[in-house]
Design a protein around this ligand. Structure first.
Ligand code: AMP
Length: 442
């Protein structure tokens, strides 16, 4: 199928082409036509399936830019990270519509700024239930014009205890509205929830493409983690643990061995979580050690290897975890360590010592990420940073990695051999005619 089979707007088709979205993903193919017909949809889709564009595309197509004081859509997501990613994707999809205002409303950011932003009008709100409800109670947010309510990762929101907050939020929206519910799992809880808030829903379930993920199970052994890593030699790897204490322990253990490993868990301040994730996506850290809560909703573009250092409690969490590898048609690998008391599970157990390790590779970070105090707000573009690095500092372009420009700051990864020298020089050189503060991450 092509996007043009169900989207008539040529500008959107062109935009999708620019984004590199050649064809709709299965979830998009099955949900977009119903969503465009204003039907309520209950869809089973996991992160990486293209679900954000599945609900985002119709929202953008239906948007009336003139009505910025009549917020027409709200998307509720379980975590700030997911809300940020949803907003980012919506902005990409709306790139051809001028003056679209998409606002994220999440905890961890002062309310004052959010209230101020809303005064200028907003078309689409993306937020976490707690903060959205708090703003509704303060009468800072008005949902009386909502046409579409989206609940993203609904299963996760219920697991996190957001049910009552969501119910209260729904009471602020019109009875006549479209409700879209996306969930990675369908269980009785979700079906009940759907019944209570949706009308004549269309149910969409995509067959799991498990074939693109190879799963292997090993008997737990103390050195098993290192053996696995040295045998499979991933470029990007997520290691899941069940507790944050274990995350920190594994992080310290790998760092002691000079492996570039960082952990992400709920003890970290939001800013540290963002930086850790940035280092991971910028490849200045190969191993991300995470708890389920911290990892949920992170948009990490497919990792080579998922390791369940601890087996998760339940099949659903397991499915979520291994879904981090083998996304968008890439073959992935997920391995799990099984302790003696867990050996009742019905899998074929292998001995980790049977894995062959030849010439262990170094896992010292190949890239180091620099942070520059200046971003979109200061009209800085990737070209300005490249210009400073290549023309002023005379760094060879091949030593420069990914560049990310945020609102207030920017990140660039540099080959670690040249990072210190580049850092010293960049501190003294000018970007867009100004000397900006620069930090080296980690
Ligand atoms: P999501 O499941 O929404 O997190 O999307 C996963 C990734 O797929 C995101 O990076 C999207 O930008 C990308 N994506 C979404 N739709 C398409 C498409 N039709 N073709 C290619 N990539 C897509």
């Amino acid at each position: 199928m092509n996007f043009s089979d169900f989207i008539a707007n040529n500008d959107m088709i062109k935009n999708l082409d620019n984004l590199g979205y050649k064809n709709p993903t299965p979830i998009q193919e099955k949900t977009i036509p119903s969503i465009l017909k204003k039907q309520d949809v209950l869809a089973k889709a996991k992160t990486g399936s293209g679900k954000t564009a599945a609900f985002g595309l119709p929202l953008i197509l239906e948007l009336d830019v003139k009505k910025r004081y009549e917020t027409s859509a709200i998307i509720l997501a379980p975590t700030r990270e997911l809300a940020d990613q949803v907003a980012k994707e919506l902005r990409r999809l709306a790139a051809f519509v001028e003056n679209t205002k998409i606002l994220t409303l999440c905890g961890g950011t002062p309310m004052r700024g959010q209230i101020q932003s809303m005064k200028h009008g907003v078309h689409i709100v993306v937020g976490t239930p707690g903060r959205v409800l708090a703003l509704l109670k303060k009468e800072a947010l008005n949902l009386e014009y909502i046409k579409t309510l989206v609940l993203d990762e609904a299963d996760r929101m219920l697991d996190m205890g957001f049910f009552e907050d969501i119910e209260q939020i729904i009471n602020f929206t019109p009875k006549k509205r479209q409700t879209l519910l996306f969930s990675a799992t369908f269980d009785d809880k979700i079906l009940e929830f759907s019944k209570s808030i949706q009308n004549d829903r269309v149910e969409v379930e995509i067959e799991e493409e498990t074939s693109s993920i190879k799963e292997r199970f090993f008997k737990f052994s103390d050195e098993g983690l290192e053996i696995a890593v040295q045998h499979f030699k991933p470029e990007t790897c997520i290691i899941f643990c069940n507790t944050k204490i274990k995350c920190k322990e594994i992080e310290a253990r790998l760092q002691d061995k000079n492996y570039d490993a960082l952990s992400i868990h709920s003890d970290l301040e939001q800013i540290d979580r963002d930086e850790t994730l940035l280092e991971f996506t910028h490849k200045s850290c190969t191993f991300l050690i995470a708890t389920d809560v911290a990892a949920r909703g992170l948009d990490i573009p497919s990792v080579d290897l998922v390791i369940n250092y601890d087996l998760p409690k339940g099949q659903e969490v397991y499915t979520h975890r291994i879904g981090r590898t083998g996304r968008m048609d890439k073959e992935g690998l997920a391995i799990s360590f099984v302790r003696g008391y867990e050996e009742y599970i019905d899998v074929q157990l292998e001995d980790i010592n049977s894995l062959h390790v030849d010439s262990p590779r170094s896992y010292k970070a190949k890239m180091i990420t620099l942070c520059i105090e200046g971003g979109k707000r200061d009209k800085i573009r990737a070209g300005d940073i490249l210009g400073a690095l290549i023309k002023e500092i005379r760094l060879d372009g091949k030593h420069i990695g990914k560049i990310t420009i945020n609102r207030k700051d920017s990140y660039v990864s540099i080959n670690s051999e040249f990072a210190q020298e580049t850092f010293e020089k960049l501190k003294k050189s000018k970007i867009k005619g100004r000397t900006l503060r620069v930090w080296m991450l980690s």
